[in-house]
Design a protein. Structure first.
Length: 129
């Protein structure tokens, strides 16, 4: 699986999540702030993602990042919904005219889980354009 970051600024990081070369959905993360726990997107690189049962989100995948904990794929629409996690959506949007957001997050999350059904882990490559 590949996360290709297509837009980054001081407020948000937007990407496209692909699986076997096909676009699954958009991603929304916090901006990069020196890999700070709860405040930063993860650095570009290669990661192992493992299936877990989250008390808040149910079945999901955790991204294993050195020096960080609890980085999950989960539903959410705006950067405020993420504390370093990767939010998913089927559409990009604007919130109140000036804040980037993703829409249809639960649908995108279901698409991810469907593609990964039966898998306990996968490799994630994070790239920046």
């Amino acid at each position: 699986m590949r996360l290709i970051r297509i837009e980054q600024n001081d407020d948000v990081t937007i990407g496209v999540l692909t699986y076997n070369g096909n676009i699954l959905c958009y991603t929304l993360e916090r901006p990069y702030i020196l890999n700070a726990k709860n405040y930063s997107c993860i650095p570009k690189g290669d990661y192992v993602c493992s299936k877990i049962e989250s008390p808040k989100f149910g079945e999901t995948f955790k991204v294993e990042v050195e020096g960080r904990t609890d980085i999950l794929f989960h539903p959410g629409n705006m950067v405020a919904d993420s504390h370093g996690c990767i939010l998913l959506g089927t559409e990009l949007s604007w919130f109140q005219g000036d804040t980037r957001a993703v829409r249809y997050s639960k649908k995108a999350f279901a698409i991810l889980l469907d593609k990964l059904e039966g898998k306990d882990s996968f490799r994630l490559e994070v790239l920046e354009v």
